[in-house]
Design a protein. Structure first.
Length: 84
């Protein structure tokens, strides 16, 4: 993956976008550290849908709860004093 310093990416933004649209993501660094990756919208949407497809549904989340009716250890703390 090509790496662009931020200033170069700003100066040649059209080239960064064109390369990303050709299917090759472009990494942009800021102060020498990776900052962002520019990629084609089509690839972004593909990755987003892939991530959503892997996410559990709410029902799956509820069904994943422990079903053993296990006991939970209570914390041994003194409740705070409350003035009414």
């Amino acid at each position: 993956m090509p790496v662009w310093p931020l200033q170069d990416a700003k100066n040649r933004f059209s080239a960064v976008v064109a390369a990303a649209m050709e299917g090759e993501p472009q990494r942009v660094t800021r102060r020498g550290k990776p900052a962002v990756v520019v990629l084609a919208d089509k690839e972004y949407e593909r990755l987003r849908h892939l991530e959503q497809a892997k996410a559990p549904t709410f029902v799956e989340h509820l069904l994943a709860m422990p079903q053993d009716d296990g006991e939970f250890e209570r914390l041994k703390v003194k409740p705070r004093d409350v003035d009414f």
